[in-house]
Design a protein around this ligand. Structure first.
Ligand code: SAM
Length: 219
């Protein structure tokens, strides 16, 4: 049942909103009004007038609840990456940069212990706040640090995820702090960057995959 202070996903036709339930609040869509006091006591899947109410999923939280001030990793990619690198319970994951925390939230929700580095104070605070607002901070250790100078131990991590503009300067450091044979994912927006990364990473890493994930929506 929804209670005051809970998050609710509100669906009205094609539009979706993620809101915290405050009995004094309401939402207007076209000519329809949803008073939040009428949401209290309802369950996920219930309907009030033309509004459907749902408990938000992790994807809803990232897409409609997180404040974004950086490019983020979208759930279509992040869900796949988290399982692909094996970021599950009992694993220690290295991430940099944290950005808005969208990827970090997925790594944490998969149950792993995340050590995430963000060079900029503003994004460090934003990511922390985004995860804390939705109770997703679990096993996350946030560092306001440049990964280049961060103190990490040799073979400390079980896997890694890297999302910075130019990952090339960090390849050897990433390799050194990963346990031998562990997976790492680099997110790169252009094929030129992929080519440069592959050229530099050969000799360090032993098995490569380059992928782009396309999702086709049907009406
Ligand atoms: N993956 C994040 C998400 O899903 O929200 C978005 C990451 S954003 C595209 C890239 C971030 O890397 C920026 O916030 C930037 O400040 C940070 N960054 C760049 N170089 C860094 C470094 N050397 N160490 C730590 N963070 C760095």
């Amino acid at each position: 049942m929804f209670r005051e202070g809970d998050w609710v996903l509100i669906v009205h036709g094609e539009r979706k909103f993620l809101r915290r339930i405050d009995p004094k609040d309401s939402i207007n869509v076209r000519k329809d009004v949803l008073r939040f006091r009428d949401v209290i006591g309802k369950e996920g899947g219930d309907r009030v007038g033309n509004f459907y109410l749902f408990k938000p999923t992790l994807e809803d939280i990232i897409l409609y609840g997180f404040k974004r001030e950086t490019q983020i990793v979208y759930p279509k990619d992040s869900f796949y990456i988290a399982l692909k690198i094996g970021a599950v319970r009992g694993k220690r994951v290295l991430e940099f940069g944290t950005g808005s925390g969208a990827m970090c939230a997925v790594l944490a929700s998969a149950g792993s212990e995340v050590h995430t580095f963000e060079i900029r104070e503003r994004f460090f605070k934003l990511a922390k706040k985004n995860l804390e607002r939705f109770g997703l901070e679990g096993e996350v250790h946030f560092y306001r640090e440049d990964f280049a100078t961060a103190e990490v131990k040799v073979e400390e991590f079980d896997c890694a995820f890297v999302d910075v503009r130019d990952p090339l300067p960090y390849l050897e450091k990433v390799y050194a702090c990963l346990k031998k044979g562990s997976p790492v994912c680099f997110l790169l927006p252009t094929t030129n960057q992929v080519a440069s990364l592959l050229a530099s990473a050969r000799g360090l890493f032993g098995d490569f995959e380059v992928k782009e994930i396309l999702v086709r929506e049907y009406n």
